[in-house]
Design a protein around this ligand. Structure first.
Ligand SMILES: [Mn+2]
Length: 358
């Protein structure tokens, strides 16, 4: 187990008066053990107990033989894995449960009375994961550096007039050549009207003069994710397109400008949103301003108007305001920021001034 991380989780359990919890999210298990195990529909559970009696419950079909610093309890497909877990837990104490643990396991544990109460404890591990340690910060910077290089190549490809789908194929090659491990999410390449759909699924659309081109891409490198968006225009940009672009750019900058420890996520959302609202486009900014990112592209912790949490050094999240005018144009500009002791560092360095590609 990675002790500095485990100790943070145990300290938070103690603060929450929770003596035991089950972590089932493979990303969280990777975070704590340094080992990915993808159990599919099988049970995988890391049981933590403040008394130090931690166990990893794992199916024999996953050959994890190295020492992970935690005792493994094996079972096979013919056994009732939850019953095995229930023999280890403190039955007269509340037990924390991962929000993603399938009901078929949780309900079985409840039937077996494997705890005096069952509480959603995902918060504990999710909040620890939000504040990256030094090693994670290095990995996040590397992933974003690769993404900056990929973006540069993608923008250079625009004049080739490939379809959106062909652009996605090119991106796959670009990441491979850069040494990335793959996409961190399905890339969004959206031309013209398609750009007005924030989650457009890239299709066979081709590029036309005056189109906005949304390039929303991210890679995984050594288990850490990157995510950035640029919007460029092909050959010309109408007055409206330019206006909208500059409003979104200013919203992105205003939000980044206020990022420092002590500010709340909702304040950051407000900084971006107010600018767009004041310009008259509030109803066309249809999503939150950003999301935390790390081992997963959408980690716990939204940059949204309802998240009153205060940001802390080591947190990394996106700032990605957008304006989407149906049948007209869509613009989104996204950067990842790392909260530092007195402000923030923008992890994406690729130019974000208005670009018209010939
Ligand atoms: Mn994003």
């Amino acid at each position: 187990m990675i002790l500095n991380r485990l100790n943070k989780v145990l300290a938070k359990m103690e603060q929450n008066n929770l003596k035991q919890m089950i972590i089932s999210d493979p990303a969280s298990i990777f975070y704590l053990t340094g080992r990915w195990i993808h159990p599919g529909e099988r049970l995988l559970a890391l049981y933590l107990n403040l008394n130090g009696n931690h166990k990893l419950f794992i199916n024999e079909l996953f050959p994890v033989y190295e020492d992970l610093g935690v005792e493994k309890v094996w079972f096979n497909d013919t056994q009732d894995a939850v019953e095995i877990i229930s023999n280890y837990v403190l039955k007269d104490e509340a037990i924390g449960i991962d929000k993603n643990w399938p009901a078929r396991f949780l309900i079985r544990l409840m039937e077996l009375k494997g705890g005096s109460a069952f509480v959603n404890a995902s918060n504990i591990i999710d909040r620890v994961r939000m504040q990256k340690d030094e090693k994670e910060i290095e990995l996040m910077k590397t992933a974003s550096r690769l993404n900056d290089m990929a973006m540069e190549e993608m923008v250079k490809l625009v004049p080739m007039k490939l379809t959106e789908k062909q652009m996605v194929s090119k991106l796959s090659e670009i990441y491979e050549n850069l040494g990335a491990d793959g996409f961190s999410f399905g890339p969004i390449i959206a031309y013209g009207k398609n750009a007005a759909d924030p989650h457009h699924e890239s299709d066979n659309s081709s590029l036309k003069e005056g189109d906005s081109v949304i390039i929303d891409i991210g890679c995984i490198k050594d288990s850490y994710c990157s995510d950035m968006t640029r919007t460029v225009f092909y050959k010309t940009a109408s007055e409206l397109s330019q206006k909208v672009y500059n409003i979104v750019l200013e919203a992105n900058k205003r939000a980044i400008e206020i990022v420092k420890p002590g500010v709340r996520f909702c304040d950051i959302d407000k900084a971006a949103r107010e600018h767009i609202e004041n310009a008259g486009y509030g109803k066309y900014f249809t999503h939150r301003t950003g999301h935390s990112i790390g081992i997963e592209v959408h980690d716990f912790g939204d940059v949204s108007s309802v998240n009153m949490d205060v940001i802390k050094p080591g947190m990394i999240f996106s700032i990605e305001p957008g304006i989407y005018l149906p049948n007209e144009v869509g613009v989104r500009i996204e950067d990842l920021v790392l909260v530092t002791e007195d402000g923030c560092e923008v992890l994406n360095k690729y130019d974000k001034n208005l670009m018209i590609i010939e």
